[in-house]
Every structure is written in structure tokens, then in C-alpha cells.
Write a new protein. Structure first.
Length: 293
């Protein structure tokens, strides 16, 4: 096996012409060059240099090997460049659990900016999940980031092994048909809506509990006219006049008016990651783009 470091010395001799110049170029001593070239000849089993007066010149075998060495050194330089690129380029797959309204309003912008910055180096695998499912999945290691929500009147616990990064705070509003007289008001007193029918999330969803608590604080129990999980569907039913609904600002849809409550209710949207995600560069990059979005 030919030693690459000795091949580099042979190449330097072919380029610079003298042992002294080759030694200076590679920051070694002239005797060291001579000794290593002699060792390379033993490895090659053929004479690579010949003395011409006080100079060493390449034999035909030395010229052939020096030409091959140029290719070897070029390939090594390319390998070093690729490795340097990998050290500075972030890549990998990131699994994201995200609830519907954030997936609709935030995720497309985050994906576009992520691809503009990193191309296909980061693969984003998206799972539509409500916080009740995404946080346990995060704790089990099934996803890398959980985009979750929590209401100011319904705080949500984050697992002790995880950390939360706030993305945005939005108002919870009452969704009204465009022809409803309350559209003319800047904010709505929920107590005035006690006798109106309501479009409610399913009973096991945190958004259902939100509506129950907000209406309860206003002094009444809401009368459900329909149950559905998707805020877009809820707004469609509101537009059709079937009832009213409480929805966050991210759920804004054409055909309905959103008005904040006189007793404000807010929803915080956060990205939750495991503590050890600090060492996962791809996870941090996705987190940064979610923040920007």
C-alpha cells in the first residue's frame, strides 16, 4: 500500500522541481523529503527518483506515479470539501405533530421558507394531531416536535422531559354570520348569546371544554346544534345560519365575521420539543422556521 503522505512529497517534487522547494512548500525539512522518497521507492518496488548532479529528478516511473498522485490528491480535496459541507449543512428527517388550524395557517409558510433555505436536505414528516395525542407521542419519541395550543382559561401541562417554545398568541372570537346584527360591534358579550344555538367541538376535545367554560363564565350552558371537529366546517355551518361558534383567529374563513369577546379569551400556540433535541440540528432548524412563520 502506497503512503499518501509520501505520494504528496513526490507530487511536490514534480511540481516544484527541487527537494528544497518541495520541502518549503510542505513545511518539512529537506532531509525528511529525501528519507520519505526513499521509503516510497521501497513501497513501490521501483526507482522513482534519480540524481542529476546535486538535484533529484523523477524517473519515468516517478513521472507516472506523480501523474496518478495528482488524481489521488484531487479526489482527496473533493472528499474534504464534501465533509466540510456536511459539517456546515444541516440534514435529516424531522417528524412534526400539528393540529389542524396551525397546519393550515402556519405550516405552509414554514415549509416554503424551510425549502428555500435548505432544499431537500431536511425531510419534514407531518402528522395531523391534536395536543392530546401529540404530546404523548412526543414523550414516547414517535415525533420530534409537537405544535400544540393552550387557552388562558385552560392551561396545558408540558411533560417534564420537554420544553415549550411560544410561537404566537391569538384571540378566541365568536364566529357570526355576516348578516348578524352583532357584527356591527367591536366585541361581543357572551351573555347576550345564551339563547342562541351553538356549533360545538366533540365532547372529548379541549376546544369543547373551552366553549363550556367561557359560556359558563357568562352565566349559561350552551345549547349544541351540531358537533364537529374542524373549525373550517364550524365556520361553514355558522355561515349557513345553523348556530354560532367560538373559534381562534387562525380559523378565520370567508363568509363569517369573527368578533373578540368582551371578557377576552386567548390561545397560545407553542412548539414543544424534548430537552435532548438541543443536539439535533435539523429539529432546531424546523423550530426556527416555525417561529418565523
Amino acid at each position: 500500500m502506497l503512503d499518501v503522505r509520501r505520494l504528496r512529497l513526490l507530487h511536490a517534487l514534480s511540481v516544484h522541481g527541487t527537494v528544497t522547494a518541495a520541502a518549503e512548500a510542505l513545511h518539512v525539512t529537506s532531509p525528511a523529503v529525501s528519507q520519505q522518497l526513499a521509503a516510497l521507492e521501497r513501497e513501490a518496488g521501483v526507482a522513482l527518483v534519480a540524481r542529476d548532479g546535486r538535484r533529484l529528478t523523477l524517473t519515468r516511473a516517478g513521472q507516472v506515479l506523480a501523474a496518478h498522485t495528482q488524481l489521488v490528491l484531487d479526489q482527496l480535496a473533493a472528499a474534504e470539501a464534501d465533509l466540510a459541507s456536511l459539517r456546515t449543512r444541516v440534514s435529516g428527517a424531522v417528524r412534526l405533530g400539528v393540529f389542524v388550524s396551525a397546519a393550515v395557517a402556519l405550516l405552509p409558510r414554514a415549509i416554503r421558507s424551510l425549502r428555500a433555505a435548505h432544499g431537500s436536505d431536511i425531510e419534514l414528516v407531518v402528522h395531523e394531531m391534536e395536543p392530546e395525542a401529540s404530546l404523548p407521542a412526543l414523550r414516547r419519541g414517535e415525533i420530534d416536535i409537537a405544535v400544540v395550543h393552550a387557552y388562558n382559561i385552560m392551561p396545558r401541562d408540558v411533560p417534564v422531559s420537554c420544553e415549550s417554545h411560544e410561537l404566537l398568541i391569538e384571540q378566541v372570537c365568536v364566529a357570526l354570520p355576516l348578516n348578524d346584527p352583532l357584527v356591527q360591534q367591536d366585541s361581543v358579550d357572551l351573555a347576550l348569546l345564551a339563547d342562541r344555538p351553538w356549533i360545538m367541538p366533540r365532547t372529548d376535545a379541549s376546544c369543547h371544554e373551552l366553549t363550556q367554560r367561557a359560556c359558563g363564565a357568562a352565566g349559561f350552558v350552551p345549547h349544541p346544534q351540531a358537533y364537529c371537529d374542524d373549525f373550517g366546517v364550524m365556520c361553514g355551518l355558522v355561515e349557513a345560519g345553523l348556530g354560532l361558534a367560538l373559534v381562534p383567529s387562525l380559523a378565520r374563513r370567508p363568509g363569517v365575521a369573527l368578533r373578540p369577546l368582551k371578557q377576552p379569551v386567548y390561545r397560545t400556540v407553542s412548539a414543544v420539543v424534548r430537552h435532548r433535541a438541543d443536539g439535533q440540528a435539523a429539529v432546531q432548524v424546523v423550530l426556527d422556521h416555525l417561529r418565523e412563520a
